[in-house]
Design a protein around this ligand. Structure first.
Ligand SMILES: Cc1ncc(COP(=O)(O)O)c(C=O)c1O
Length: 312
């Protein structure tokens, strides 16, 4: 697989400056940011018919890359998209997309689309899936401080619809919930499942410490987050195994600590839920320790082959 190393030496963004010269991978080519386009006949555009991953690089290493790519392939399989590349090829694309953009720290979105088809839902008209990867600098999505949540009236689907474990690009439930958070002046929204149990926040999983025990929702109406898995492992190592169970909003209101996990957001302490202050309102002791250990772990990733002296 030729990835145009000569045409796109790593670090060009350094010399050209700014974000204007980001390069986007589309089906075997790197294109300049503004030339990177997809067809209006693409099912991903017409129907949100695609799957994706959000992946982070820390200090020149891509965190949890195999886990993200495994989930990408599972998502695609689940909705019947044939990914034209192997996991090894996808790995190279992700690493190369960070390298070409000279990003040692940053976020990457890799998308696999159903492909160009015709108007009409039938996926048989889309013969070839496309693979698109774009990397960019990306500060933590919810900022660095404890966040205030509001419960959204939008419910997260169950596994009898599009399973929340499938990372499809259609995020309409989450976007509507985020609109409600914005309208109410809160930082983010909590989505419940159709039975009224806590599902997740708009792009993060939820952890709750109540009566000395940590819990997180069973992954039936939430994404099975890779950061969620890491947080569960950290808490286990701290001697506090996490129980996966159904959680009610009440249990969050009276919790000692609540935090959120996600690739884009990191580990995010929760200050309040629906106006009820969590603990003292400041990040709890255990949440701070989880954050500390998480930061240490982010140093262990798949190295990006970056020339010496490159940033970010
Ligand atoms: C809806 C949703 N839930 C949870 C998460 C957290 O998942 P991860 O830790 O794999 O990034 C994300 C992030 O992608 C998400 O979009």
């Amino acid at each position: 697989m030729e990835l145009f190393r000569d045409r796109f030496p790593a670090g060009r963004r350094d010399t050209l400056g700014g974000l204007d010269d980001l390069y986007v991978y589309i089906d075997g080519e790197f294109l300049c940011r503004d030339e990177a386009c997809i067809s209006v006949w693409e099912h991903a555009f017409m129907y949100g018919d695609s799957v994706f991953e959000g992946i982070r690089a820390y200090g020149g290493k891509v965190f949890l890359l195999p886990e993200h790519l495994e989930r990408l392939l599972e998502s695609a399989k689940s909705i019947g998209i044939q990914v034209p590349l192997s996991i090894e090829e996808l790995t190279r694309i992700v690493l190369e997309t960070f390298r070409i953009n000279a990003l040692q720290e940053g976020h990457q979105r890799i998308t696999v689309t159903r492909g160009v088809g015709s108007v009409g839902l039938d996926p048989r008209n889309s013969k070839h899936a496309s693979v698109i990867a774009m990397a960019y600098p990306f500060p933590p999505t919810l900022g660095e401080r404890a966040v205030r949540l509001v419960t959204s009236s939008v419910r997260r689907k169950g596994c009898d619809s599009v399973d929340a474990k499938v990372k499809v690009s259609n995020y309409m439930e989450n976007i509507l919930a985020k609109l409600q958070a914005n309208l109410t002046g809160m930082d983010d929204a909590l989505l419940l499942d159709r039975n009224g149990f806590v599902a997740e926040a708009t792009a993060t999983n939820v952890f709750v410490l109540r009566k000395g025990k940590w819990s997180t929702p069973i992954p039936v109406a939430c994404l099975e987050g890779v950061t969620r898995h890491v947080a569960m492992e950290i808490l286990k190592q701290m001697g506090s195994p996490v129980e996966e169970r159904s959680l009610t909003p009440h249990e969050l209101y009276v919790a000692q600590e609540v935090f959120l996990t996600g690739t884009g957001a990191g580990i995010v302490p929760v200050e309040s839920v629906d106006g009820r202050r969590i603990g003292e309102g400041a990040p709890g002791e255990m949440t701070r320790e989880v954050t500390r250990r998480f930061k240490l772990l982010t140093a262990e990733g798949t190295p990006i082959e970056m020339p010496a002296g490159k940033r970010d």
